[in-house]
Structure formats: structure tokens, C-alpha cells
Design a binder for this molecule. Structure first.
Ligand code: SF4
Length: 114
């Protein structure tokens, strides 16, 4: 009887540990996803797969980068910046199409008006 109980306990504990492991894996895989299904935060804001050649060219010709060398000229301080949706890592821009990092920048940076 004692042997049956300990076997039951083993099976119960193993099933619980497996469920916890699956839950943790699901949480970790969801961690990098953003609202609206756009760019993963870990990949930065450089997923331009949805853009046409002209829009990609605008990013390149205006030297868009995910991290501004001068933090005072970051996208989130630019008047053309559109803040990310709740829970999203990347915002947008009224001129440069595609995902925009809050701390990115480009040659079109313009200070927000007061
Ligand atoms: S214009 Fe350039 S600096 Fe301003 S928000 Fe758009 S990408 Fe960022």
C-alpha cells in the first residue's frame, strides 16, 4: 500500500512539474511578443519586412538607427514620433515608416514644440 501511495505521489509531482514547466515555457515565448503582433523587443525596431522598397529607402536615406548617439535627439523627443501602443516596445513616426525605437533617431529629428 505504501508503495502504491509513493508511486501516486511520484506521478502527481511529475505531472505538476511538467505543467509548471509548460506554463513557464509559454510565458517565456510570449515575453518577447508585442501588442498587435509587430516587432519583438529583443530584435529591436528594425523589422522592415512589411515595408515596400520606398519606405525602406526612407529609413536608410535618413539614417534611422535604433539607438541615438545623442540621447537628446532620441525619437521619443521628436515631434514626429508616435508613442507605442500599450505593451509594445516600438512606436511609429509620421515620416519614417515601420517600427521606431523610442531611443532611436534619424536625420529628420525635430524637437517637440513646447
Ligand atoms: S523623424 Fe526620425 S527622429 Fe523623428 S521620430 Fe521619426 S525616425 Fe525618429
Amino acid at each position: 500500500m505504501r508503495d502504491v501511495l509513493s508511486r501516486r505521489n511520484f506521478i502527481r509531482k511529475t505531472a505538476t512539474a511538467g505543467a509548471v514547466g509548460l506554463g513557464a515555457a509559454a510565458l517565456l515565448s510570449a515575453c518577447g511578443k508585442k501588442e498587435g503582433g509587430d516587432t519583438k523587443a529583443a530584435a529591436g525596431c528594425n523589422d522592415v519586412s512589411g515595408l515596400n522598397a520606398a519606405d525602406k529607402g526612407m529609413r536608410t536615406s535618413n539614417a534611422y538607427v535604433d539607438k541615438a548617439a545623442d540621447p537628446k535627439k532620441a525619437c521619443d523627443l521628436c515631434q514626429l514620433y508616435k508613442a507605442p501602443a500599450a505593451g509594445a516596445a516600438c512606436g511609429g513616426c509620421t515620416v519614417i515608416k515601420g517600427p521606431i525605437a523610442p531611443k532611436g533617431t534619424c536625420n529628420l529629428w525635430a524637437a517637440k514644440s513646447a
